[in-house]
Design a protein around this ligand. Structure first.
Ligand code: GLN
Length: 312
């Protein structure tokens, strides 16, 4: 084993940049898997990561692959140094505070397992409140859904997965995000009902063509962004987070477009920051939208504003 390890270290030295976990590999060379696990938990904790134990479990499961990690930890399943080295690479990315979702390349959302890259906002469980609220208010005969700033496609795909008759369009400014969304539609077997187009919010889309419009736009106040966790601040796309000087830039644009985009009687749902219910409702009311209501997330924070476009 140790000879194999030395070869690995030699190969790794040849290309340091491709082996970010090299120093971890060296630190782990004389440890068994259970000791590696303890060491990783300690290092993640020291790096300021709260859920070090949970993250370690996910990283080990991803790198080591044995169905039964418990058996591997008890020494009942052999793991190769190649697997340990892969664990070291993943761990080193996480130690630098890259989000777990990006390190693993995947994030559960609703009932789906979505692919996640640095080009998209990691889908958050808070946003499931929006999905749930829209499903509960689903207008009769709804067929067409529009997701503005679709990112990974999370909201649109979750809705389509629950309503077999619906079709949807996801818009994003980022072409790379659209590639991720398209890939996720395919993973979720929803490609035949979802299409993705590059654009700024609803610009250029057919008027009154949508029964439901949803969006989780960027809503963080620019100055606040710098104080967020490194996972968000340093690794997630600012395009998906930065709402401008007062956090409301995107809502001003979207509110002005909803009347044009929605079919008469259509439903909209916007994710908002915990302290934005009043300001965003004001924007929506002034734009002529009706029956505005606010729904909270599981932590009890205001999270979603819903409302309707008037019937003709
Ligand atoms: N809720 C996200 C966060 O706090 C922000 C999402 C957004 O700006 N749309 O990181």
């Amino acid at each position: 084993l140790s000879g194999e390890f030395d070869n690995l270290v030699d190969a790794a030295r040849a290309d340091m940049s491709a082996r970010p976990g090299l120093s971890l590999c060296e630190a782990w060379r004389d440890l068994d898997l259970a000791a590696i696990r303890r060491d990783l938990i300690k290092r993640l904790g020291q790096a300021g990561i709260d859920e070090a134990e949970i993250d370690t479990r996910y990283l080990m499961r991803h790198a080591l692959r044995p169905d039964d990690l418990t058996a591997a930890l008890a020494g009942e399943v052999l793991v190769s140094w190649q697997q340990v080295s892969e664990l070291a690479d993943l761990a080193s990315a996480r130690l630098q505070r890259q989000p777990l979702s990006q390190v693993l390349g995947t994030q559960p959302f609703w009932t789906l397992d979505l692919r996640v890259t640095p080009d998209v906002l990691t889908p958050r469980s808070d946003t499931e409140a929006l999905v749930e609220a829209v499903l509960a208010r689903w207008p009769e005969n709804t067929t067409r859904v529009l997701d503005l700033g679709t990112g990974s496609g999370a909201i649109l795909l979750a809705l389509l997965s629950e309503r077999g008759e619906a079709t949807g369009v996801g818009v994003d400014l980022s072409r790379k995000a659209l590639e991720v969304a398209q890939g996720n539609a395919s993973i979720c077997s929803l490609s035949d009902r979802a299409c993705f187009v590059e654009g700024r919010w609803g610009n250029g889309l057919e008027p009154h063509a949508f029964d439901i419009v949803v969006s989780n736009p960027p809503y963080i106040v620019s100055d606040v962004l710098a104080g967020l966790a490194p996972e968000v601040r340093d690794y997630e796309p600012a395009l998906a987070l930065d709402g401008g000087d007062d956090g409301l830039d995107a809502y001003r644009e979207i509110a002005g477009q909803l009347e044009t985009l929605l079919a008469p009687g259509g439903l909209f749902a916007l994710e908002i920051g915990y302290d934005q219910a009043q300001s965003v409702s004001g924007l929506l009311e002034r734009a002529g939208l009706q029956q505005i209501e606010c729904v909270t997330d599981l932590s009890g924070n205001d999270r979603v504003l819903l409302g309707r476009m008037s019937e003709l």
